[in-house]
Design a protein. Structure first.
Lengths: 293, 291
C-alpha cells in the first residue's frame, strides 16, 4: 500500500516538476510571475489532442508538436503581454496583471474552439500494460511519463548549465543591462526562454492529459496553485528547487489522499504554500544561481 | 415612464449586479491604494455570502443584520489571514492570497460533512435564500461608502496608506506603523467584500462553493485595473463597465470572455493608471483657471 503510493507520487511529481520548470525559468530569467503559464499547459494538451484525433498522428509525434505549438504561444505571449511593459520598466504588479489578462484570453479562446466540456484522448492511443513488482503495480504509461519527464529535465539542465545559450540566459537573469553591453542578444534570449517555458508547459499538458485522460479549457486553474506552490517551495527562479518542490507536493498530495481524506487534497498545496512563504520565503534551497537579487 | 419601466424590467438585475460589483471594486481599491496586490477578496465575498445567507435562513434575521454579520465575519477572517500574510511583499503577497478563495471553497464543501450540521449545503451550494436585496439598499450603501472614502482620504489614515504605496521604507521612517495600516486596508477591503457577498447571496438567492474561485478574484481585480486605483471612483467605473459590457457583447457568444482579458492587457500596457486619472481632472481644471 505504502510503496504503491510512493510510485504514484514519483510519476506525478515528475510531471509537476516539468510543469513548474517553465514557470520558475521565466521568473528566474525575467523576474516575471507568469500566471498565464497554466494556460500554455492547457493549450499544449489541446494541441496534442488535435494532433491525435483530427490529424491522426501517433502519440510520440503529438508530444513534440504540442511542445512546439505551446512554445510558439509562449513567444507570442511575451511579445503581446510582456514586451511592451518591459520596455517601460513597469512594476512587478503590472506584469502580473498583464499575465492574468493574457490567461483569460487564452482560456476563453480555447473554450470557444474546443467547448467547455471535458475532452479525452482515444482509449487505444497508448498500450495498456501493467507491470507488477511485488504487489506494486505500475502502468507502462506511468513509466513512460516518468522517463520522458526525466529526459526533458536533464536536457534542460544541460541546456542551461552546459551550453553558450544557457550561459547567455544566466547572464540575462543576472543583469539584463550588463548582458546587453557584453553583446548578448537579450531580446533573442528572452524569446528563447519563453519558447522553452511554453514547450515545457505543453509537454506537461500532454502527459497529464494522457495520465488523467481529461482535457478541458479549465484544466490550468488547479495547476496554477500547484505550480506556484512548487516554485515557491524550491525558491522562485530556482531550477533544481522546482524539481524538488514538484516531488514534495506530489508526495504530500498522494499521502494526504491515502491516509487522511481525499477532500483535503486540494488544501494541501495551499497549506504548504502558506507555511513555506512564512517560514522560508526564499524556498527550501535558499538562494539560487539564476535568481535575481 | 413606460420606456423606463420596460428598461427596468429587462435590466434591473444587470444594474444590481453592477452595483454589487462596484462594492467589490471598492473592496480591492483599499488594498491596491495601499500598494498591496491581494487576491483574497473573492474569498471574503464568499464568507460574507455564506454567513449572511445562513443567518437569514436559519435565524430569520432582517437583511441589515445578516449583511453586517457577514461583513464582520469576513473582516475577522481577513484580520486572521492578514496577521501572517501581510508580512509578505509584492508578488509573495499575491501568491499567498491567491489560494484563499480555494480554502473558502474547500471549507464550504466539507463543512457539513465534518461538522455533522446541515448548514452550507456542501458541493450543491446553498439555495432558497429569500430575495431581500433591493437597488435602493445597494445605492444607499454605495453612497455611504463614497462619503466615507472622501473623508477617509483626508484623514491621517488615508494619507498614511498613500504614503505606504509611494514608498514603504520612507513611510516607516516618517513614523507610520506600516504593518498596522496595511492591516487596516486589508480588513476594510475584507469588510466591504463581505458586504458585497451578502448582497449577492440575497439577490441571486443562491450561494455556491465555486463562485469565489480564482476567476472571481481576477474579475474583481479587472474592475480596479480598468478603472484605475488613483481615485476611489476608478474601481466603481471599472466595475460598471465590465458588468454591462458582456450584455452589450452578446453577439460574440462564446468569445465574450476574451474581451475582459484583452481589456486587462491593453489597459495595463497603454493606460497603466486606468481610465480615471485625477491628473487629467487637474489638468482640465488648471487650464480653465488659466483662461
Amino acid at each position: 500500500m505504502f510503496w504503491q503510493q510512493v510510485v504514484n507520487a514519483i510519476w506525478l511529481g515528475a510531471v509537476y516538476s516539468l510543469f513548474a520548470l517553465g514557470y520558475t525559468l521565466i521568473f528566474g530569467v525575467l523576474g516575471i510571475l507568469n500566471l498565464a503559464h497554466p494556460s500554455l499547459y492547457m493549450w499544449g494538451a489541446f494541441i496534442g489532442l488535435v494532433c491525435v484525433t483530427t490529424l491522426h498522428l501517433p502519440i510520440w509525434l503529438a508530444l513534440p508538436v504540442a511542445m512546439l505549438g505551446s512554445g510558439i504561444l509562449g513567444i507570442l505571449l511575451d511579445r503581446i503581454a510582456f514586451k511592451p511593459l518591459r520596455a517601460r520598466h513597469a512594476p512587478h504588479l503590472a506584469t502580473l496583471i498583464s499575465s492574468i489578462g493574457a490567461s483569460i484570453v487564452l482560456v476563453n479562446i480555447a473554450q470557444g474552439i474546443f467547448g467547455a466540456e471535458v475532452s479525452r484522448f482515444p482509449f487505444d492511443i497508448f498500450p495498456v500494460h501493467v507491470f507488477n513488482f511485488g504487489g506494486v503495480s505500475v502502468t507502462l504509461l506511468q513509466l513512460t511519463i516518468l522517463g520522458i519527464s526525466l529526459v526533458i529535465m536533464v536536457a534542460l539542465r544541460w541546456l542551461i548549465m552546459g551550453t553558450r545559450q544557457g550561459q547567455a540566459m544566466r547572464a540575462v537573469a543576472y543583469n539584463t543591462v550588463t548582458a546587453a553591453r557584453l553583446g548578448i542578444p537579450v531580446d533573442q534570449i528572452i524569446m528563447q526562454t519563453f519558447f522553452i517555458a511554453g514547450a515545457l508547459a505543453g509537454a506537461a499538458g500532454v502527459l497529464l492529459g494522457l495520465a488523467f485522460n481529461s482535457i478541458s479549457p479549465f484544466m490550468g486553474g488547479p495547476m496554477n496553485l500547484k505550480g506556484l506552490t512548487v516554485i515557491v517551495l524550491g525558491g522562485l527562479g530556482n531550477i533544481e528547487g522546482a524539481v524538488i518542490g514538484g516531488f514534495i507536493l506530489a508526495f504530500s498530495e498522494v499521502m494526504s489522499v491515502a491516509y487522511l481524506s481525499s477532500d483535503l487534497r486540494d488544501a494541501v498545496s495551499f497549506v504548504l504554500l502558506l507555511i513555506i512563504l512564512l517560514v522560508r520565503p526564499n524556498g527550501l534551497l535558499g538562494h539560487s544561481s539564476t535568481k535575481r537579487a | 415612464m413606460n420606456v423606463f419601466s420596460e428598461f427596468w424590467a429587462t435590466y434591473s438585475s444587470v444594474v444590481q449586479f453592477a452595483l454589487i460589483n462596484m462594492l467589490l471594486g471598492i473592496s480591492i481599491y483599499f488594498t491596491l491604494y495601499t500598494g498591496l496586490l491581494s487576491l483574497a477578496n473573492a474569498g471574503f465575498m464568499g464568507i460574507g455570502a455564506y454567513v449572511s445567507a445562513v443567518l437569514t435562513i436559519h435565524a430569520g434575521t432582517p437583511l441589515p443584520v445578516s449583511l453586517l454579520a457577514g461583513a464582520l465575519s469576513a473582516a475577522l477572517i481577513g484580520w486572521l489571514l492578514g496577521l501572517p500574510v501581510l508580512r509578505l511583499r509584492e508578488i509573495y503577497l499575491a501568491i499567498a492570497t491567491l489560494g484563499f478563495g480555494e480554502i473558502v471553497r474547500i471549507t464550504a464543501v466539507n463543512f457539513d460533512k465534518f461538522s455533522g450540521l446541515n448548514l452550507l449545503g456542501g458541493a450543491q451550494g446553498l439555495s432558497g435564500i429569500p430575495k431581500l436585496t433591493t437597488p435602493g439598499a445597494l445605492l444607499f450603501v454605495l453612497i455611504i461608502l463614497s462619503i466615507f472614502l472622501v473623508q477617509f482620504h483626508k484623514s491621517r489614515a488615508g494619507r498614511a496608506l498613500a504614503a505606504i504605496r509611494r514608498d514603504e521604507s520612507v513611510a516607516a521612517t516618517m513614523g507610520i506603523d506600516v504593518y498596522q495600516y496595511k492591516m487596516l486596508a486589508f480588513v476594510l477591503g475584507a469588510f466591504v467584500a463581505g458586504l458585497a457577498g451578502g448582497f449577492s447571496a440575497h439577490l441571486t438567492r443562491f450561494v455556491g462553493p465555486t463562485d469565489f474561485s480564482f476567476n472571481a478574484a481576477v474579475n474583481i481585480l479587472a474592475f480596479a485595473v480598468l478603472g484605475g486605483t488613483l481615485h476611489w471612483s476608478g474601481a466603481m467605473v471599472g466595475a460598471a463597465i465590465l458588468t454591462v459590457l458582456p450584455e452589450a457583447l452578446r453577439f460574440m457568444k462564446e468569445y465574450r470572455g476574451v474581451v475582459n482579458g484583452v481589456i486587462m492587457v491593453l489597459v495595463i500596457i497603454y493606460l497603466p493608471h486606468g481610465l480615471i486619472n485625477p491628473k487629467w481632472f487637474q489638468r482640465v481644471f488648471s487650464k480653465r483657471r488659466a483662461q
